[in-house]
Design a protein around this ligand. Structure first.
Ligand SMILES: C[S@@+](CC[C@H](N)C(=O)[O-])C[C@H]1O[C@@H](n2cnc3c(N)ncnc32)[C@H](O)[C@@H]1O
Length: 338
């Protein structure tokens, strides 16, 4: 990894970075990142500050909460897993394994990376020619993360997961634990849109976090945990997934107190054949049935039409299509009189 001017940001980092507001490329000048729009972004401790606040209240809540927690976060994390008789590293590794990181040289992005508890595990699974990128809105959390890595091993940004400072179609895999989908401090819909934008088509996305399974919320298990930490009440909003998501699956981890969502990034809506002829009396296709609706007719007309169709032995779609086209063409040619 070759560093550029002032050793602030490695040169190849600029290949994936962009202005989080305008999405224009960034260049390095006098220790700052400059956007094509002229906006200047500071770099603190070699971490570019590319935060664009999208929701004052929620983003501020996260910033304050994790500023306070950054120094003690690592001390207590294992307890959240031991509560469920699990080893933290095992749970995290199981989620990470769903990214299928053994696909050669990959660019991997971790969102809401915090103090890097997953980042260090992801790094161990990457090939030497892969690149690891991580972001978080809290500089305090990122500084703890940075202290766990040698220079050049991970590319960091302080940024908002709802307005990512990365170019579109940049990453082969995107991962997040404990951030994306946490309704108290995030806008899940915006985050999901951003994930699908920065991920390459075919990229794998894995998102885990706290969120009590619905059927456990009223159980003693559920009530004790929610009483301890309101984040267990979180419910991942599946409606926030973009239509580009393919092969989506959701499962429960931590004995039902957390979720894991995984999917691949596709393009646009899923494929389907809406144009095959549907056999039977009604006939037509899925598309004609959706788009071909017209005004209703009187009961007498309907009875006559049904009788005529039966006499011809064709589907209702073929009868209506044929009859209406013929009549319309005659009218348009001026052959029909009142
Ligand atoms: C519960 S911690 C999880 C940290 C880490 N992923 C882990 O599993 O230990 C949530 C993290 O999300 C970050 N965060 C909250 N809102 C964010 C946002 N809008 N954009 C980026 N990071 C955010 C917080 O700063 C915090 O580090």
């Amino acid at each position: 990894m070759k560093s550029s001017e002032n050793n602030c940001v490695p040169e190849d980092f600029l290949d994936v970075l962009c202005d989080p507001v305008t999405r224009q490329s960034l260049s390095l000048k006098d220790g700052k990142l400059i956007s094509g729009s002229g906006t200047e972004y500071e770099i603190h401790h070699q971490i570019p500050d590319l935060v664009f606040i999208t929701d004052q209240e929620k983003n501020q809540y996260a910033l304050e909460l994790f500023k306070e927690k950054a120094n003690i976060y690592d001390e207590h994390q294992h307890l959240s897993f031991e509560t469920f008789c699990c080893k933290e590293e095992d749970v995290r590794n199981q989620l990470i394994s769903r990214l299928n990181l053994n696909r050669g040289a990959m660019k991997v992005l971790e969102l809401n990376a915090g103090t890097g508890r997953d980042t260090v595990l992801i790094q161990k699974k990457l090939s030497e020619d892969s690149k690891l990128y991580a972001q978080d809105i809290s500089l305090d959390m990122l500084q703890v993360l940075k202290s766990k890595f040698n220079e050049g091993e991970v590319y960091l940004t302080q940024s908002n997961a709802e307005a990512l400072p990365y170019k579109s179609n940049s990453f082969d895999a995107v991962y997040s634990f404990g951030g994306v989908g946490m309704e108290t401090y995030s806008d899940t819909r915006r985050q999901m849109q951003e994930i699908c934008r920065v991920a390459k088509k075919g990229a794998k996305v894995v998102i885990g976090g706290l969120g009590m399974a619905e059927w456990l919320k009223e159980s003693e298990f559920g009530r004790i945990l929610i009483n301890h930490n309101a984040h267990y009440k979180n419910r991942f909003n599946l409606a926030a997934l973009p239509v580009d998501a393919r092969n989506v699956s959701i499962s429960w981890i931590l004995n039902g107190a957390g979720f894991c969502l995984e999917f691949e990034v596709g393009e646009g809506e899923p494929d389907a054949d809406f144009d095959f002829a549907i056999p039977g009396v009604r006939g037509g296709t899925l598309r004609t049935r959706y788009y071909g609706k017209m005004e209703g007719v009187s009961p007498e007309t309907k009875r006559l039409v049904q009788e005529a169709r039966e006499k011809l032995g064709i589907s209702m779609y073929d009868f209506l299509n044929r009859t209406l086209q013929e009549t319309s063409k005659q009218i348009l040619k001026g052959e029909e009189t009142e």
